[in-house]
Ligand binder design. Sequence first.
Ligand SMILES: Cc1cc2nc3c(=O)[nH]c(=O)nc-3n(C[C@H](O)[C@H](O)[C@H](O)COP(=O)(O)OP(=O)(O)OC[C@H]3O[C@@H](n4cnc5c(N)ncnc54)[C@H](O)[C@@H]3O)c2cc1C
Length: 374
Amino acid sequence: MLAKPLTEPRLIPAPEPFWGALEDVLTRIDGIDPRRYDKTRNYLDGAVTWLSPYITHGVINTRTVAERVLDRHPAKSCYRLLYELAWREYFHRIWQENESAIFDDFYHSQAGVGSDELPLAIVNARTGIRVLDDGIHTVQQTGWMHNHMRMWVAGITCNTAHTHWKTPARWLYYHLLDGDLASNTLSWQWIAGTFSHKQYIANQDNINKYSRSKQHDTWLDVDYDTLAVMATPDVLKERVASVELPQSIPGESVPSHVDGKVALRSLWNLNPEWLSSDPDAKQVLFIEKQQVEDWPMAPHRWAFIQHWVDQLQLEVWVGSVAELEQLQSTGTDFVREEYPACSHWPGKVLDRPFHFGVPDGAYRSFSQFWKQVK
Ligand SMILES: Cc1cc2nc3c(=O)[nH]c(=O)nc-3n(C[C@H](O)[C@H](O)[C@H](O)COP(=O)(O)OP(=O)(O)OC[C@H]3O[C@@H](n4cnc5c(N)ncnc54)[C@H](O)[C@@H]3O)c2cc1C
């Protein structure tokens, strides 16, 4: 029951892609106002940091963000930002411990699944919920999407359209500038109730409040009791059997011989300062072809990566881990940073910086993790 015909989705204002140098990213961190962040982060126009693409690709890390903010502001005002940074570390600790198990239903099977395929209206940004359509259109065009928008899109896709989370998670990951295998996968699972104890749903009132909009008389304009038992609305019933996610992967083949030491970077380690103490190592970005075919990324994401490849003057190799092993067997000495997606790569492994430690005790939820690390 749509009150008005569908309108063309519009772009939601997103930050300029300030892809400058490391200094520019650090300046952005130093400009964070943690009190404003605390008060406004749930609103689409709130003072969020937009740092996630840099964190995801390892240009900066959560420890640097936390330490620089704590240097400038009293710890009490930083509480909320640190809490959110901890969510990211929590997802990565879960990934380190459970490896590929995070890519399947984690604690429970998803309840009430009607389809594995994405609703066409989601893919085309034509659900009739204007804010949602604008958000989907914006991520497809720019790669940016606010956390609350992600929750709405995932909640409606999984729990209102009754779709299994896997295909939609891969689709969103493709479009995001900050697509992170752990944060994205486990957030979708948290929303779908496979990594949490209940499914997340949002109604029109919730969307209106946090987007400061006033749309009414939509299929989502119902109370929570109605929404919880609602059958898939007509507009979300048509499905797409397979969504095209085209990409063009940059780089050269892995060479057949390399002398000496190679600092082997992954897509998740584009930190300009990494290994600056070892200027003799050849700096290489290795793209594992199979991995990016399994988890493709949109052109704007590859452009972001290329910017840092140019900044860091990296050689880029595309190929298989077997080719790296072949090089290693002929004397190439690899060093790389710990990262769960690369645990099968050869070479000496250096630790990755985290702000919070590993909890001593078991933790089944974020709150149990937070209680121990805060
Ligand atoms: C369905 C869904 C998919 C998501 N996919 C990703 C993803 O692919 N990559 C990704 O980095 N984040 C993901 N998130 C988490 C969160 O939405 C983003 O980290 C956040 O929106 C990034 O914007 P920001 O840098 O302005 O965040 P801010 O609010 O400014 O937070 C600062 C940093 O804290 C971390 N952070 C904040 N909120 C979260 C959160 N809820 N979970 C984990 N870390 C958080 C991020 O590293 C972020 O850059 C997802 C959330 C949902 C609900």
